[in-house]
Design a binder for this molecule. Structure first.
Ligand code: NAD
Length: 382
């Protein structure tokens, strides 16, 4: 039985992201002590025995189960994290809605815009609060970039350039996994990587209205583990997207999952009539600003940027990727506690999914494709 001032957490899937969600819940009350209820890890669900053992022994969950439906039925569970591979997200999110549990779900939210829309609309109709794993918008330097853009420090924004270059799939000998199968993952680098970029670009500048894109597959086959047989990779390794934003801004967004060299070079550059700025996840505690005609200068994140001061009260060495998830956990828990939807929400997951779908349709047809307007996205950040 959780105490009165705690909020019971159920974790679905104890993989890489599930473990991080659990740590982030625990850290949220340390870095955000004003949260009215402290997260308590109640039950974790995973068919994998190793994951369940980690949940109880390392993370401190009171109970574990192989069946996520048992978790959703648990009376002490108030909120749920959904950290499974994407093919299970739709089914699990709808079951969470049915059980009346607020949920924080990893990206890509659904395998398609249709699945993502279904999740967002059903959660909204049930009056539930949601969080979605668009962690890069929580970087303090990104929060400052958004403030500078919003307050007109760069003048009128003209264009944006964004690159998300990763190497996680660059080794052709790496086995076939869920990421390469359409039925399990949906699309490839577009959904898995560039959905983050679509969210970041919209968060910084404005909603994306239409896209024109090309996609490419560079490693066409991979070996199925344990069989020695090869299987065709069903989705794209690479995508380049031209975008038109609301308000006349234009942009170029590019991604690959098979770059040899850069691990996570996620760079966004925003250009305006009075200046430019640049942020690179590889150096996430820096913001580059060019607003006085003398080129870029590098600003080391001060305590005033976003939530930086909570982690480094003396403007110390910097924060890391895991801290972004703590900020995300706190936003989700605040949404539930305050009874108002803070972003990023399921509507933002749906919005990014509409852009992914539009980009896929454009790549197939060679035409510009309009992106449907998504209601409820880009709501209050904090
Ligand atoms: N936000 C980010 O930056 C980020 C980074 C990496 C991954 N992700 C996303 O997180 C999600 C999970 O990715 P991951 O890297 O943690 O994957 P993973 O392969 O490490 O973990 C997946 C887990 O799901 C479990 N699982 C499988 N079937 C299940 C079922 N029926 N019920 C419960 N659990 C089940 C597996 O046993 C495994 O523990 C994906 O949507 C991925 O795109 C987000």
């Amino acid at each position: 039985m959780p105490s009165q001032n705690s909020i019971g957490v159920g974790l679905i899937s104890v993989g890489v992201m599930g473990r991080l969600h659990a740590r982030s819940y625990l850290q949220s009350s340390q870095f955000f002590p004003e949260l009215p209820r402290r997260a308590e890890l109640v039950v974790a669900a995973d068919p994998d025995a190793g994951g369940r053992a980690y949940a109880s022994d390392a993370l401190g969950f009171r109970e574990t189960t192989t069946d996520y439906r048992q978790l959703l039925a648990h009376p002490d569970v108030d909120v749920v994290s959904i950290c499974s591979p994407p093919f299970l997200h739709h089914e699990m999110a709808l079951a969470a809605v049915e059980a009346g549990k607020h949920f924080w779900i990893e990206k890509p939210m659904g395998r398609s815009a249709r699945e993502s829309r279904d999740i967002a609309e059903r959660a909204g109709a049930a009056g539930l609060f949601t969080g979605v794993g668009f962690n890069y918008r929580h970087a303090p330097a990104v929060a400052e970039a958004r403030r500078l853009i919003r307050t007109g420090a760069l003048g009128r924004i003209t264009n944006l350039q964004l690159r998300m270059i990763t190497s996680y799939a660059s080794d052709p000998a790496q086995p076939f996994t869920w990421r390469y199968e359409e039925a399990q993952a949906g699309s490839g680098a577009l959904a898995d990587v560039l959905s983050h970029g679509f969210d970041l670009a919209q968060f910084l500048v404005a909603p994306i209205k239409s896209v024109s894109s090309v996609t490419e597959r560079f490693i066409p086959k991979r070996t199925v583990p344990g069989t020695g047989e090869t299987r065709e990779v069903e989705n794209e390794d690479y995508a380049a997207v031209l975008a038109r934003f609301e308000g006349g801004v234009v942009g170029v967004l590019e991604t690959t999952r098979v770059a040899v060299g850069p691990h996570a070079e996620y760079i966004v550059e925003v250009y305006g009539t009075e200046g430019s700025l640049r942020w690179n996840f590889d150096r996430m505690n820096q913001l580059e600003l060019a607003d006085d005609g003398s080129g870029y200068r590098t600003i080391m994140t001060p305590t005033s940027y976003g939530e930086f001061g909570r982690f480094q009260p003396n403007a110390g060495p910097g924060i890391g990727f895991n801290d972004l998830k703590t900020i995300e956990a706190a936003l989700f828990l605040r949404s539930v506690a305050e009874g108002r939807q803070l972003a990023p929400s399921a509507a933002d997951g749906w919005s990014a999914a509409e852009i992914v779908d539009a980009a896929l349709r454009s790549a197939a047809s060679g035409e510009w494709v309009d992106v449907p307007v998504v209601s409820g996205s880009l709501t209050t950040q904090a």
